[in-house]
Design a protein around this ligand. Structure first.
Ligand code: EPZ
Length: 419
């Protein structure tokens, strides 16, 4: 499937676009449902491909998963296997977070190296080391592709992450809820999704303190009960739409969001000259006529999110002057820049992490492949400022994280069709 996008030819985006529930918060609560045999209800879930894959993965383990609209009900009472389905896990990096709850509740989990989009195939050493520190035995096949992790009951431990990992923090935090004794996680990730997960687990009987700071302590309990999770607004969707507003908006209103979660992004957009009004649950963004250049360095929360680096790069192609981009969180997350150059941008890659932008440059229509969710969205933004009609292949990668983007963008003046 592909998207066909018409350039706006000087038109501006206006109207209101509501933000949906957070993909990355919701996915982790699907995994947390494995920690209890009682029902877990998830409200305000986004209806996106990654959530559908997670649902399939839970169902393949034997969990009952029902949904009505945006409400999912999960009962992990009759889990029949300890092995995560290979096919699904290979298409979804977030599948690895299930390993923590499976191990904690059943004393065993088997899984293959997780996959996903181009940046999905990243290391899992922090997970394996963490499981070992919690007292588990980790074995793998000869190729190091399939893992078995076992522990009668996990034991609390002092763990310091070598680098800050969102999934690593969430997985070990979940595993530690049922461990014997206290676990302390140092150099933990501080994303709002981690606070949301810890709050939910505490409502289910866990004893977690410090989520949202870099030191989290978890006092293990014997069992957890069920609970209700209200998915918070997606801060990455909020940030994506705010960047879109800074590029093309004329009082583009973004609602149902929490601007407090994207302060780093707002700061960058304002320093480029965008005009941003904000309330507690909304933002209104108008583009700068002549965007100023800015240096961007991605950083763990509360810094500028790596997930918004690609959409922001499109804005940098329109800035009057020279900007520098420095991706510090992931390797291989700048390959999409070649496509922006083919569209007419003037971006000089320095190495795998840094690039220099000269602007502004007019962009031309092109065909491109969405390499991952966020770069896929960046190509839609690039197509909107380009002349003519662009085609973005591999719509699935965009559907992984943005629900029915063509319908939602049509409402603010975008001419986009799914074919
Ligand atoms: C989460 O991925 C998000 N995904 C990603 O969003 C996001 O880009 C990322 O955090 C960083 O903010 C979900 O929440 C489902 P990490 P995660 O472990 O947890 C390295 C999106 O578009 N690392 O924080 O998998 C890793 O290679 C997605 O919504 C190890 O070296 O990311 C990376 O360089 C894409 N060893 C860095 O840590 C490990 O064992 C941070 O990754 C684990 C990670």
């Amino acid at each position: 499937m592909k998207f066909i996008v018409q350039g706006l030819a000087g038109k501006r985006l206006a109207g209101t676009i509501p933000v949906l529930g957070s993909k990355n918060a919701c996915l982790k609560v699907f995994a947390a449902a494995i920690l209890t045999s009682e029902p877990v209800i998830i409200k305000n879930a986004p209806l996106i491909e990654d959530i559908f894959r997670m649902r399939e993965l839970l169902a393949s383990l034997g969990a009952e998963v029902e949904n009505r609209g945006r409400v999912f009900r999960i009962v992990a009472k009759n889990i029949k296997t300890r092995a995560l389905d290979d096919g699904i896990a290979k298409s979804l990096r977030a599948s690895i977070v299930l390993a923590g709850p499976m191990l904690a509740r059943f004393g065993e989990v088997q899984f293959s190296y997780p996959g996903g989009c181009v940046i999905g195939k990243r290391p899992i050493d922090l997970f394996l080391d963490g499981f070992k520190k919690l007292g588990a035995r980790v074995t793998s096949d000869k190729q190091g592709n399939r893992f078995t992790v076992k522990a009668k009951r996990l034991r609390g431990a002092n763990i310091c992450f070598r680098l800050v990992s969102v999934g690593g923090t969430e997985t070990l935090m979940m595993a530690a809820t049922l461990a014997a004794g206290r676990t302390t996680l140092h150099n933990a990730a501080q994303e709002p999704e981690i606070i949301a997960l810890a709050d939910f687990l505490n409502k289910c009987g866990a004893r977690i303190k410090g989520a949202g700071t870099n030191t989290i302590t978890v006092d293990g309990v014997r069992s957890l009960h069920g609970g209700v999770f209200q998915t918070p607004p997606d801060r990455l969707e909020t940030g994506s739409f705010a960047i879109m507003g800074a590029l093309l908006g004329d009082k583009l209103k973004i609602t149902n969001c929490n601007p407090a979660h994207i302060l780093g992004v707002i700061e960058h957009l304002e320093s480029m000259g965008a005009s941003i009004k904000k309330g507690r649950t909304w933002l209104e963004v108008t583009r700068a006529k002549k965007p100023l250049p800015v240096n961007l360095k991605t950083h763990e929360y509360p810094g500028f999110p790596t997930d918004l680096q690609a959409p922001f790069a499109v804005l940098l192609t329109q800035a009057y002057g020279t900007s520098m981009l420095f991706e510090t969180v992931f390797d291989g997350r700048l390959t999409y820049l070649e496509d922006l150059n083919r569209m007419g941008a003037d971006i000089v890659p320095c190495d795998a992490h840094r690039a220099v932008f000269h602007g502004p440059r007019s962009l031309r229509d092109r065909e491109a492949d969405a390499p991952d969710l966020r770069a896929g969205l960046a190509f839609i933004f690039a197509a909107l400022i380009a002349k003519g009609e662009s085609i973005i292949h591999n719509a699935y990668n965009i559907d992984r994280g943005y629900e029915k983007i063509e319908d939602r963008f049509s409402g603010i003046g975008v001419n986009i069709k799914r074919v």
